[in-house]
Structures are given as structure tokens and as C-alpha cells.
Design a protein around this ligand. Structure first.
Ligand code: CS2
Length: 447
């Protein structure tokens, strides 16, 4: 890559005011919610500029700051690629470096929305129940130091307490993670934490706060160094933090915002509904459920990406069986949706050779994903007396995967908050039956 390339700069022109603080400024939100919000402002105006927050690492801030926090979104379709420069992020804060600055931003009366993509593990909840995990180290810290929080729920509670003390209306909490009834999960952990800190505050949040649920969908593989080089060759400009994404996108949002304050999302294709639940169940089970099933079985079979996995006839047959026989029968179609057509479109999305979505990446954090992606579907099949060997195989593959050794005896780099415990249980199990029994005993995962 030529050394003298010009660095990407923010597009010129007037800047909107900041109206949103986003916790967890990762690739997915920058390729999904941020683009919708930028388009909504182009379409209908409004001060919905975004201050991003990285809860832990300074990496995103250090990469984006020299570019004026602008970045390129590269759409990778089967027929070709399209680059778009996104300039909706006004600043990026690093919470671990300066928690006070994050709280100042979240307390600003002009900030009407706090959105989140902190991944399933970022809510400090128990995946099997949705309740706050009070033993979580960050929650233990936040209860002892509520004015300098570490967890996402801790920041939400403290910022809402500051707003209440200042006579400022609460912000809307907009969850953009793959959790069932994600708004209600965030609402629940926020209430529980607030009650433990200040019951009057919890009452105020309950009366005045809004936590709409959303369903988010776009396949966004992690950006790799070769993506940066490929983009530089395509555009002649150096962008050190681009995002790669598929053409497809969908955002379904419950239209329940504090004082109705939000960008004009309906103008740019966001579906604004009263109840997201049917859309969310369809997506979590049909997409994320098969994603995780293919991730563990595909990885163990030696396939590096989802596209490679479904190019294998055995796995193409496997995933089509999952949709037809084990997943779609458990779902009531949302209004206007044809589930067979939805699954067929998913297959084409998975087969997109331009998207190198690694099975290893999707396999991350399985203990936080399995309940809503696979176990709920198994439970519904069992209740209906319907066998589900395909999903059971996916759970077995997850159990083999967390054992940390693949089918060729090579080590697996298992990324999961419970990785050490899962490996210890697996190792102590001895026989396969004993390993299964030990892992089924992990109550945070298996209700
Ligand atoms: C994937 C999701 O990494 C994963 O767990 O299943 O990020 C998936 O790509 C998105 O939910 C698609 O909308």
C-alpha cells in the first residue's frame, strides 16, 4: 500500500448538534444504526449527531480521531462493492480513561437518545433469565462506586440520576443488540441496579423512562488489515477504520421515545411498530440461530467462513433442514412476512462470497447467545413433541467447541466470558455423556 496516501477526512459542511450518545461504538453500529441516522438527517434534518463511547479500549478513538471521526462503509455485494463516507460521529470518548466525560455527555439536555451495541455480554444479565447478575464484577464495582461506573447499566443509571437531579428529562435507551425483547432486558437490569442504589430514582425511571425494543439486521464481518489495503487501492485514500457490510439491512423499532424525540427513521426505511417481538423472534431464530449452528459445526469441519460452510452441500442441506423442520414451525410470521422466502433470502446472504464472515467470530460468546438463538427453539419443539436433532447437533458442536480442541486435535481459541469454566467442566467430564451432563448444569446458559 503506497505510504503517501492522503488520510480520509470528514466531509466539509455544517455540523448538526449532538443528540445521541452511543455506548459500544463497534463495526456493527457504524455499518447499521449510524448510517440510518445519517440518512435520516440528510432526509429530514435534526440535531442527531453521535458521540460514540468505547467502554474499555481507546483503539476506535485513536483510529478515528485523525480522520475527524469519519469512516468509510464499504458495501460488499456478489456483483461488486460501493464505498460511502459516513460523517455522523462527532466524537469518541473512552470510558475507562475518563468516566466523567461520558457522564457529562449523557447528561447533556440536548442528548435525547442513548443507544447501545455492547454485545450480549455487556448488559451484565443472566442469559437464561434476563435478570441482573449482581455478582458480575462490574456490577459489584458500580454498586460500590455509582459515580464512576464501569458497566453499561451503571452508566445509564448514573446519567439518569444526574439528569433527574438537574431537572432534565430522561433520554430514551435504545438497545441495538441481538437479545430477545432487548429493550425490556435493558429496562430490567437498569431498574434492578437503580433500585439497589436509589429506590426513588428507580421509580422516576419507571415512570418517565422509555426503553423501546428493536430488531437489528446487517451482516458486518470484523474489519481485517487486508480490508484497509483493499479500500485504499479502491479509493486512493487511507482510512484506518472502515467497516465492511453486506447490501441487506433491516431495522424494526418500537416507536416509544421520550417526548417522541427521535430522528425521522421512518423516512429511510426503518419499520416503526408497536411490538417488535414477532420480528425479533423471526430474526434471532432464523438468522442468528442458524448462524451459530453453522459457526460451531462449520468450524469443527474446518470451514473458515459462513460462505465456505454453506458452499459445502452437507451444510447447505443441514441449514435448509433447520429452517424447514426445526425453526420455522416454532415461529408465528410477523405481519407481511413469508418465512420460507425469508429463509431463502438468508441462504443467499450467507452464500455471498464477498463477505468473509468467520465462523470463529460468530462462535464468540456462545454462552451469552445460545439461549435466545437455539435453546428457546429447542424448548418450543420439545413442548410441541417435535424432534429437533439438527439444533441438538448444534448444541453438541458448541459443547465440543468450548472443550477447546478441534476434530484434528488442534487448540481452539475460545472467546467467551465463561470460557475457563466451560473448559474445566468439559475436561473434568471424561466421557462424552459426563461432559454433556456437566455442561448442561451451567445454569446461566441452560434454564
Ligand atoms: C452474528 C451476528 O456474530 C454473530 O453472532 O450472528 O452478528 C449477525 O451477523 C447479525 O446479527 C446479523 O444481523
Amino acid at each position: 500500500m503506497p505510504a503517501d496516501l492522503p488520510r480520509l477526512q470528514r466531509p466539509s459542511g455544517p455540523r448538526p448538534g449532538v443528540g445521541i450518545v452511543h455506548l459500544g461504538l463497534g463495526a456493527f453500529f457504524r455499518a447499521h444504526g449510524a448510517i440510518y441516522i445519517a440518512e435520516a438527517m440528510q432526509s429530514s434534518g435534526g440535531d442527531w449527531g453521535i458521540v460514540g463511547v468505547s467502554l474499555m479500549s481507546p483503539t476506535q478513538r485513536d483510529l478515528l480521531k485523525p480522520q475527524g471521526f469519519a469512516y468509510t462503509a464499504l458495501e460488499l455485494g456478489p456483483e461488486g462493492e460501493t464505498a460511502q463516507v459516513i460523517g455522523v460521529v462527532e466524537d469518541v470518548l473512552v470510558a475507562r480513561e475518563n468516566p466523567a466525560a461520558v457522564l457529562v455527555a449523557m447528561t447533556d439536555p440536548k442528548v435525547r437518545i442513548v443507544s447501545l451495541t455492547v454485545t450480549e455480554k455487556g448488559y451484565c444479565h443472566e442469559p437464561s433469565t434476563g435478570r441482573l447478575n449482581r455478582a458480575h464484577p462490574d456490577i459489584v464495582h458500580d454498586l460500590a462506586h455509582p459515580d464512576a461506573p464501569r458497566s453499561a447499566p451503571g452508566y445509564i443509571v448514573r446519567a439518569l440520576a444526574n439528569r433527574r437531579a438537574a431537572g432534565v428529562r430522561p433520554f430514551t435507551v435504545l438497545c441495538c443488540d441481538n437479545l430477545p425483547e432487548n429493550g425490556r432486558v435493558v429496562r430490567g437490569v437498569t431498574f434492578e441496579l437503580a433500585r439497589l442504589i436509589d429506590p426513588d430514582l428507580a421509580g422516576w425511571i419507571e415512570a418517565e423512562g422509555r426503553f423501546p425494543s428493536t430488531m437489528v439486521d446487517r451482516i458486518v464481518p470484523a474489519t481485517k488489515p487486508e480490508d484497509v489495503e483493499r479500500l485504499a487501492r479502491l479509493t486512493g485514500v487511507l482510512d484506518l477504520s472502515p467497516v465492511m457490510h453486506e447490501p441487506f439491512r433491516q431495522w424494526v423499532v418500537e416507536d416509544d421515545f421520550v417526548d417522541g424525540a427521535r430522528p425521522d427513521l421512518g423516512a429511510v426505511g426503518v419499520q416503526l411498530v408497536r411490538d417488535v417481538t414477532p420480528f425479533e423472534l423471526m430474526k434471532l431464530r432464523c438468522l442468528n440461530g442458524t448462524h451459530s449452528s453453522l459457526a460451531y459445526t462449520g468450524y469443527l469441519a474446518g470451514h473458515e467462513t459462513i460462505a465456505e460452510t454453506v458452499a459445502d452441500p452437507a451444510f447447505a442441506g443441514y441449514v435448509r433442514h433447520l429452517w424447514r423442520a426445526e425453526i420455522i414451525p416454532t415461529i408465528v410470521p410477523p405481519p407481511g412476512e413469508d418465512l420460507a422466502a425469508y429463509a431463502a433470502a438468508l441462504f443467499e446472504r450467507y452464500a455471498n462470497p464477498a463477505i468473509r464472515h468467520r465462523t470463529w467470530q460468530i462462535a464468540m460468546d456462545g454462552s451469552q447467545k445460545l439461549p435466545q438463538r437455539i435453546l428457546g427453539t429447542i424448548a418450543d419443539n420439545r413442548a410441541a413433541g417435535r424432534p429437533c436433532p439438527g439444533l441438538t447437533l448444534a448444541v453438541a458442536a458448541w459443547m465440543a467447541y468450548v472443550g477447546g480442541v478441534d476434530e484434528r486435535g488442534r487448540p481452539i481459541d475460545v472467546k467467551d466470558p465463561l470460557a475457563a469454566r466451560l473448559k474445566a467442566l468439559s475436561d473434568a467430564g471424561g466421557t462424552p455423556a459426563a461432559r454433556v451432563a456437566a455442561l448442561l448444569g451451567v445454569a446461566e446458559v441452560f434454564p
